[in-house]
Write a protein that binds this ligand. Structure first.
Ligand code: HEM
Length: 132
């Protein structure tokens, strides 16, 4: 494994990121326990899926597709219209963990990715809560 290899290459490139984002929203839509965050999204999930695909491609070290199309992600700002607390964060991470598992990645690599997703999801919280 080359040290220069990006997570994008390592995860499996375009095809894998497509599968990940598709499965992610499929799981969100099919899981009763994640209805809270599914309901924040448009009924037609295709645009959300495409945006997440474009964003994650760059986030993983691949081509900066999202930035090329939409400019700087301002991810936290774009999430401010939605109330995101511990429950919403954990629902999002649940969907991502399940979707990631379908890629059958090396365990350590998958754990590293989930660590990065957890940090980003935590940063998206914008609701005051008494516990953390
Ligand atoms: C913490 C829980 C999170 C919730 C509840 C949440 C929810 C949402 C919602 C409701 C939208 C708007 C749907 C749309 O515009 O199609 C959205 C957009 C988006 N989310 Fe999240 N999100 C969360 C975390 C994350 C994380 C961790 C990432 C990245 C790793 C992310 C990436 C994006 C992107 C790229 C968009 C599209 C932004 C745009 O261009 O409008 N989200 N999210």
């Amino acid at each position: 494994m080359s040290e220069l290899e990006t997570p994008y290459i390592r995860i499996g490139g375009e095809q894998a990121v497509r599968q990940l984002t598709k499965t992610f929203y499929q799981i969100m839509s099919e899981t009763a326990q994640t209805k809270l965050i599914r309901d924040m999204h448009p009924d037609d999930i295709a645009v959300s899926e495409e945006k997440l695909y474009l964003f994650l491609t760059g986030w993983l070290g691949g081509p900066q597709l999202y930035t090329d199309k939409y400019g700087h992600p301002r991810l936290r700002g774009r999430h401010l219209p939605f109330s995101i607390g511990l429950e919403e964060r954990d629902q999002w991470l649940y969907c991502m963990a399940q979707a990631l598992a379908t890629l059958h990645l090396d365990t350590l690599f998958a754990e590293q990715l989930m660590g990065s997703f957890a940090q980003t999801a935590n940063f998206m919280r914008n609701r005051e809560e008494t516990t953390s």
